[in-house]
Design a protein around this ligand. Structure first.
Ligand code: GLY
Ligand code: MN
Ligand code: MN
Length: 463
């Protein structure tokens, strides 16, 4: 973990942002989550806001900040001898709390009494929307409400304060993101070396996930390693690699401090892009480069997204796949046939940073609301960029046969799309190119070294 001074400063920041609020803030850490029977659990992942504010990466803890009295407490149970036989010795909860700069530690059973006491006195209990069933049950029991009574009861003030703090990465966080980028680079470099006909998607997925485990805490999300890159979240890895196809690799690492990277590269199996692949690849790369050129403090990420979509439409028009006025095509959402997702998202302790808190707080604000239009509706982040934010830039072009067939049958955006010309692309797949950036005082910079990105760089690396 970072030094305790970092966590103390973060919690002071939270209190400053909530200076006009009263009551207590309850921040549950995660507990173990059973996979197929109670003692066979999924890999433990701590809640990121708990990690951010307290740095303690163990299950079964809960932090409480009393806004009125200025006290902080870590609730948790010390291990019994029975536990220690299975887990080995662990620091006491008081020692753990001290590492986070918290000077009060109490057993978990006191948590219920603390929250009940606050509720009895009519004090506000601030919590974030739970995203795990166990946490929702814990909160419902603490607050003595039915589970469905929690919905909408989250503290908007707490959500906004946490988002404001976590959106801007400190120098020591940026170092951790660089470390996660270094692991991500090694993962993708291995994939590029292994992308040969006769190999399998599974061999590459296994290798790169092994690298993430060897160099850090594992992957930051389930890796996508697929020749069917047109299926956006394709997690099957059963195919053999075939000369001439494209392999889309979207994978990233979580480093030892739980900071993430998230890169996508699309590779020609065998090492050489076909003429048709080059044309589409170059459009996606141009959109990615444009996104990086435009990302700057003060600019709406929605506008960066829209500029990249204009570039995609211009590129597809040059190939005869789209037509008409570019502005009108984007305004009608015609580009969403090819790029149904957003240009990117914030990244930090979560690969989609803070998505659990709610996109209306994280990616949007009073100034920017999520659109309902095709494509734009999937943009996770539309609000204004600020120095210290860390983002992905991830345009793509996908030829999704069922989606194309549906639009064609409905005559949707037919004035902008040449459906007959698209028939040649039925088995093309998809291309996405994803980089990670940090917003600087006057623009942005890459986090980590850029993976080979141009056609020449990729072909040279693969050779
Ligand atoms: N891998 C998920 C994403 O790129 O957002
Ligand atoms: Mn990704
Ligand atoms: Mn991403």
């Amino acid at each position: 973990m970072f030094s305790k001074e970092s966590y103390i400063a973060r919690r002071e920041g939270l209190r400053r942002l909530m200076a006009t609020e009263k009551g207590i803030v309850v921040l549950p850490g995660n507990v173990e989550s059973p996979m197929n029977y109670p003692s066979n659990c999924y890999h433990f992942r701590q809640d990121s806001t708990f990690l951010y504010l307290f740095g303690l990466n163990l299950p079964g803890l809960c932090g409480v900040i009393d806004l009125d009295q200025g006290t902080e407490t870590i609730f948790g149970d010390d291990l019994s001898m029975d536990d220690i036989i299975w887990t080995g010795p662990q620091p006491s909860v008081a020692e753990l709390a001290a590492r986070a700069g918290v000077n009060r530690a109490q057993p978990l059973k006191e948590l219920a009494a603390t929250v009940a006491d606050a509720a009895r006195k009519g004090r506000r209990v601030h919590f974030l929307p739970p995203y795990r069933a166990k946490t929702a049950i814990q909160l419902a029991e603490l607050l003595n409400v039915r589970l469905d009574g929690l919905k909408g009861g989250e503290s908007v003030e707490l959500a906004l304060a946490v988002v404001e703090l976590r959106s801007v990465k400190s120098a020591e966080e940026l170092e951790q993101l660089e470390d996660a980028a270094r692991i991500g680079y090694a993962m993708h470099a291995a994939a590029m070396r292994m992308c040969r006909p006769g190999g399998t998607e599974a061999e590459i997925a296994g290798e790169i996930e092994g690298i993430a485990m060897k160099m850090g805490a594992g992957t930051s999300f389930a890796s996508i390693v697929s020749q069917n890159g047109e299926t956006l979240h394709n997690h099957s890895h059963y195919q053999q690699l075939a000369e001439g196809r494209l392999l889309l690799v979207d994978a990233g690492a979580e480093n030892a401090m739980n900071y993430c990277s998230d890169y996508t590269r699309t590779l020609p199996v065998g090492g050489r892009f076909s003429a048709m692949q080059r044309e589409i690849y170059q459009i996606v790369l141009d959109a990615n480069n444009l996104g990086q050129k435009l990302a700057a403090p003060g600019r709406l990420y929605r506008d960066v997204h829209l500029a990249a979509m204009h570039a995609i439409v211009d590129g597809l028009k040059a190939l005869g796949l789209m037509r008409g006025d570019t502005q009108e095509a984007v305004a009608a959402g015609a580009h969403a046939l090819f790029m149904p997702h957003g240009l990117g998202h914030m990244m930090g302790l979560d690969v989609h940073d803070m998505e659990n808190i709610g996109e209306k707080y994280v990616g949007y604000d009073r100034e920017t609301q999520r659109s309902t239009q095709q494509g734009l509706a999937s943009l996770r982040m539309g609000r204004r960029l600020g120095e210290g934010m860390t983002m992905t830039v991830e345009p793509g072009i996908y030829f999704i046969p069922a989606y194309i067939a549906k639009w064609r049958a409905e005559g949707r955006c037919a004035e902008f799309i040449d459906f007959a010309a698209l028939e040649r692309y039925a088995d093309f797949g998809g291309i996405r190119i994803e980089d990670n950036i940090a917003i600087t005082s006057d623009g942005c910079r890459l986090i980590g070294k850029r993976l080979p990105a141009t056609i020449a760089e990729i072909e040279e690396f693969m050779a």
